[in-house]
Design a protein around this ligand. Structure first.
Ligand SMILES: NC(=O)c1ccc[n+]([C@@H]2O[C@H](COP(=O)([O-])OP(=O)(O)OC[C@H]3O[C@@H](n4cnc5c(N)ncnc54)[C@H](OP(=O)(O)O)[C@@H]3O)[C@@H](O)[C@H]2O)c1
Length: 249
């Protein structure tokens, strides 16, 4: 019960890693608030988590995120832990990457993430913790990953600075960087058939020393560790949850 009565906001908490984390936070006593874009899965997630509240808000839309924080300010008065997890993917060979693709990925994964943190900070105080979701894709060569790699790599760079600035305020900020995890994200690549996804999954597994996909709950455990007082002397860390892919690759 490391999060008993803590107010926790999971941005992108209605699917995959975010949903598994929201459920795990609640199982340890947290009052969970979660966001997403899809109302149906937001409603399902909230119904399954006692005391939870959901918000439909596009993280790329800074006004929408501002409305979430303003509502939490009015209803909860504080945020103890923030997990900024929302992210989008999309593969394209470099010659085919369009400015629109680039802006879409960066608007969520980098700009949206950084400003979600900035907005939430006004409700956070000493002892607060922030975790964001990076990716091994921000540190490794994955074909077709230019925009995503730049956004997640940029997030790592930005968070180091933000974490450093927050030390004096007593707020810790860490990054969890998953390898290939079995979540709905795999099926969100436009133009990819189920057979294409199977080929991609096999290629990913081949690159993982543990020779399997990770599970969302395995990432959630790392998120909860970094968010909790168990990690009280850890800030600006980047924890890879990838079956050894990056460190042994
Ligand atoms: N799965 C992997 O192999 C893997 C590997 C490395 C890193 N990651 C990162 O892990 C994070 C979670 O991904 P996942 O694998 O759990 O995928 P997922 O199941 O597709 O979940 C993505 C989550 O982000 C939310 N989201 C996406 N764009 C959003 C936006 N503009 N505004 C608000 N919410 C938004 C989604 O909400 P809706 O469903 O409502 O759109 C959903 O809750 C992402 O940052 C991803 O880049 C995943």
């Amino acid at each position: 019960m490391r999060f008993r009565d803590k107010i926790i906001l999971v941005v992108g908490g209605n699917s995959g890693i975010g949903l598994a984390s929201a459920q795990a936070f609640a199982a340890e006593g947290a009052q969970v608030r979660l966001t997403g874009r899809d109302q149906t899965t937001i409603d399902t997630a909230v119904e399954g988590i006692a005391g939870a509240r959901g918000y439909r808000a596009d993280m790329a839309d800074l006004d929408a995120m501002e409305a979430v924080i303003a509502d939490m300010e009015a209803q909860d008065g504080r945020i103890d832990t923030l997990f900024v997890n929302a992210g989008v993917g999309g593969f394209a060979p470099f010659r085919d990457v369009t400015p629109e693709d680039w802006d879409h990925v960066h608007g969520v994964n980098l700009r949206g993430c950084v400003f979600a943190i900035q907005k939430a900070l006004r409700l956070m105080g000493r002892g607060g913790s922030i975790v964001a979701t990076g990716s091994i894709g921000g540190h490794a060569f994955v074909p077709g990953n230019t925009a995503y790699a730049a956004a997640k790599g940029g997030l790592y760079a930005a968070l180091k600075v933000i974490a450093g600035e927050l030390v004096s305020e007593g707020i810790r900020l860490n990054l969890v960087s998953p390898g290939p995890i079995e979540t709905p994200l795999l099926h969100r690549n436009p133009g990819m058939s189920a057979a294409d996804v199977d080929v991609m999954r096999e290629a990913m597994i081949a690159a993982v020393p543990m020779k399997r996909m990770g599970r969302a709950d395995e990432v959630a455990r790392a998120v909860l560790f970094l968010a909790s007082d168990d990690a009280s002397f850890i800030t600006a860390a980047n924890l890879f949850v990838d079956g050894g892919t990056l460190e042994l690759g």
